[in-house]
Every structure is written in C-alpha cells, then in structure tokens.
Design a protein around this ligand. Structure first.
Ligand code: IPE
Ligand code: IPE
Ligand code: MG
Length: 256
C-alpha cells in the first residue's frame, strides 16, 4: 500500500509580522466530543484532552505578544447537555484551574472570566476567584475564560442595566449610542477581538461575543480542539496578517 503524506509547512512564530499581531484573539474551542469518539473514548476524555490544547495556545499567544485571549469554554446553551457531561465539565474546570494556576504565574498570564458566573457551581466560583486573585499582578497575556456565557445573555444584561438607569434618570435616551451600550455590557473594558478562531469544522458563531465581533476577522479550522496547538494559532494569525480590513471603505482609501 502506498501511503501519501502531505506535509504542510508549519507557521513558526518568527514568520509572523510582529507589528501586526492582533491585540485580542477569541477562540471557540470546539470538537472535544468528536475527538473522543474518533479515539474510541467518552466525551469527557475529549474535554480532558482539550486542556493540553489550552496550555499550548496560551503559551503561544504569550510568545507572539497577543494581549487578550478569550476562550469560549462553556456557553449558556451548554447547560442543556446531559447532566453527567455538565457535571464532569464543571469538575474538570475546577481541576484545570487548580492545576494550571502555577503555570499561568510562570508565564506571567493574568486570568479573568466573563459570563453568568453566578450560575456556576460554588466550587467553580471559589476556585476561579482564587486563581484570578493569584494571577492579578501578572503583566503579560490576559486570559479570559467565557463561562456560562452567550452574546445574547450579555446583551440582555446590558439592556436591563440601562433600563434601570433610564428609570432613575441617571441617563437620558438622547445619550444612548454605541459607546454607551458598550459601557453597559458585562464585558466592558475588553477590546473587540480582531480575530475569532473556531476549531472543529463548524461555520457558526454559536452565540459568542455577538456585539464585539461586528468587524472581527473569522478563521475556521478543521482541527478538533484537542489536536489544536500554538502552531495552529500562528497559522491563523499569519492568515489574519494577509487580510485587508476595510471597515466599509474601499481598498484605495485603506492603502493611502
Ligand atoms: C467543545 O467541544 C467544548 C464545549 C462546548 C464545552 P464539544 O463538546 O462541543 O465537542 P463536539 O462539538 O461535540 O465534538
Ligand atoms: C460552542 O460549541 C460553545 C463552546 C465552545 C463553549 P458548541 O459545540 O456548544 O456549539 P454548537 O452547539 O455546535 O453550535
Ligand atoms: Mg461542539
């Protein structure tokens, strides 16, 4: 039997244009369940393997000078999965937070989280808060975990907060604009991502950062998340660097 092996040239961090590194990269980490199935294991095994991908990508993001890396780890819709899977994911989260905090400190990474954190089990909330506090003084990459998060949840929160302020005459209808709405979002302060990567071969955004991705470049990878590594992140950044971001203008206007 003849086996044909196609070797793709891996993108090295040195191949990247250091003056065009996106400040904020967001990733929809998808494909853990399928990866596990392909390897004859249960879905949880895939989630566990996904932690290795997180480690590599966080390291790579730091290496090339990305400022913010937001990882979609659990969506509001994921609560609808079988209870055993949800419970196992929560357990894995606690385990990963405890196991990785030291590594984050070693890599000068600070941790934060976005989402309806109050809906997470107390054990997750406590360990998360401890890890956030322990890494708060790190000045390198800011790692943002999206947990019990969805873009629509966030927009609903913003509208509720604004409605209160309007009712109490703290703001006036005439002052409502994009900037003000941004201030009421629970993620206020997080810059819009320039690049959104989704692994696992699906072409959808699954309720992630809906407000913030208005002009984000999208990159879809066929790789299942447990197989994803920093070189794959570099490949996506390399692709991003070749794009012309026009923001509604013409090419000619951009090149001036
Ligand atoms: C992503 O992998 C992880 C979470 C959504 C928590 P999936 O669990 O969605 O894996 P697939 O898409 O079923 O393969
Ligand atoms: C998106 O993946 C959510 C996360 C990666 C946390 P899903 O697997 O839940 O998305 P769908 O259901 O395929 O859209
Ligand atoms: Mg999935």
């Amino acid at each position: 039997m003849i086996k044909i092996v196609i070797t793709e040239k891996k993108v090295d961090s040195k191949d990247l244009n250091s003056s065009k590194i996106p400040h904020h990269v967001a990733i929809i980490m998808d494909g853990n369940g399928r990866w596990a199935e392909l390897n004859g294991n249960d879905r949880i095994f895939g989630h566990r393997k996904g932690v290795e991908a997180v480690r590599s990508v966080v390291e790579g993001a730091g290496e090339i000078g990305i400022h913010y890396l937001t990882l979609y780890a659990f969506s509001t819709e994921n609560w609808n999965r079988p209870r055993e899977e949800v419970n196992a994911l929560m357990g894995l989260l606690v385990h990963a937070i405890l196991a990785e905090t030291e590594n984050l400190n070693k890599n000068n990474v600070s941790l934060r989280a976005i989402g309806d954190l109050k809906s997470m089990p107390a054990e997750v909330q406590e360990n998360l808060a401890a890890a956030i506090a322990k890494t708060a003084n790190n000045s390198g990459l800011r790692l943002v975990l999206a947990l019990s998060y969805s873009g629509r949840w966030e927009l609903v929160e913003a509208v509720k907060n604004m409605a209160d302020e309007l009712k109490n005459d703290k703001i006036d209808k005439s002052s409502i604009n994009e900037e003000l709405i941004g201030k009421y979002l629970p993620t206020f302060g997080l810059p819009d991502p320039e690049l959104l990567i989704r692994t696992g071969g699906e072409f959808r955004v699954s309720n992630f950062l809906l407000w913030q991705i208005a002009y984000t470049e999208l990159f879809f990878s066929q790789k299942l998340w447990p197989d994803y590594r920093k070189e794959d992140l570099f490949e996506a950044v390399n692709d991003f660097q070749k794009r012309e971001r026009r923001f509604g203008k013409t090419s000619e206007q951009i090149r001036i």
